[in-house]
Ligand binder design. Sequence first.
Ligand code: SF4
Length: 453
Amino acid sequence: MKDHAELAEAFNKDEQRVEWHDETLWWVRQKRDKASHQIPDWEELREAASQIKHNVLSDLANYLEQFEKHAISNGINVHWAADAKEHNEIVLSILKKHQIHQMVKSKSMLTEECHLNHYLEEQGINVVDSDLGELIVQLAKEPPSHIVLPCIHKKKEEIGDIFHLHLGSEKGESDPQILTETARIHLRNTFLSRKAALTGVNFAVAETGEFVVCTNEGNADMGAHLADVHIASMGIEKLIPERKHLGVFLRLLTRSATGQPITTYSSHFKRPRPGHEMHIILVDNGRSIQLGREDFRNSLKCIRCGACMNTCPVYRRSGGHSYHTAVAGPIGSILAPNLDMKQYADLPFASTLCGSCTNVCPVKIDIHEQLYKWRQVIIKEGYGDKKKAAAMQAMAYTLSSPKVYRVAGKAGRWVMKHAPFAMNNPLNPWYKQRDMPDVPKESFGEWYAKNRS
Ligand code: SF4
């Protein structure tokens, strides 16, 4: 399995794409800045959102039970899934009960986390993603590279090629308007022919047992309203206590995500229509473990706006796929090691720790501090890079002894001057993107001893 650095290196081979990816996401980040500056109480809103989520996380079991009670009395079937496997099996059992072989799905990062599409397809169920970006990556047989902008890594010409191959658009067509029309026709047929629809959940209200799904394309509504069975997949952290709290989150979510004042569709689902079925699956999949990790529990406040990715200098220049996990970027690098510390040990290191993610986070998660803490845990647990750990130990030994430091400094200067290839070669990853510095005539210590003592 390649790690973040290797995958980023592959992405970095196409410099023009990196430049374009970087600029596009920075443009989205700037839109977020403008939108947030237009709200005088922005910081108060962030604080309120953070506190509401804090309250939910400190009494999660109680809020979940409240939600379950109210949802059941509204006529919603409530299921509990301990992990991804159980989640996928519940979805399959609902579809089997109704003998449904085709399902339309609106964007849900939780189903990406659970690898639902792959599982259902293995069971003979045809799944069509109805969010435009998700549809593109599904046709390209790729995972999304961003939680809000799933195909942000693809240029319109590449999308034209994909649509030509799978949806029959003209060869060489890259006009976004025409490509969108092509997707629309394809999706209309899908919506009209599917008996089951799966949506994600942005917010679930404990007080009322309802849930809210936010989309810009109305695809969740089209799917859920036309199907006989609506399945909603929800991470257990998506709860808010009361309906009045929605105002805080809906004002923050899309402004932080894309700079829009509000999502085009914020749809409330409370009960099934007569003769129809509504199911909600409450999924843990490692969340209660994260809740128990005091240093990392704040990460469960995340409302998946993607702002931390758009601002992250590493994400913008390494692409979402380099994170090899469903949720990429800074927040993904906190969530993934909770699920598998060994497999995702590289991710907390894929950050400059500049703190820009923390600054933009609408729910005030201390993202860069958690990344720093994960590094310590990962090294302590023995999952760190062995070569790096050995180098750091050697460095600690050298820096802790003035005598060793002086000798090492002298030796280093001599090697850099007379045998630079010993350091500046492809085997030394440190020099891959760096130039050799000029060798100083003397060390600072020597200069100081001469001029100041
Ligand atoms: S961590 Fe914060 S900024 Fe990042 S996606 Fe979650 S809510 Fe948005």
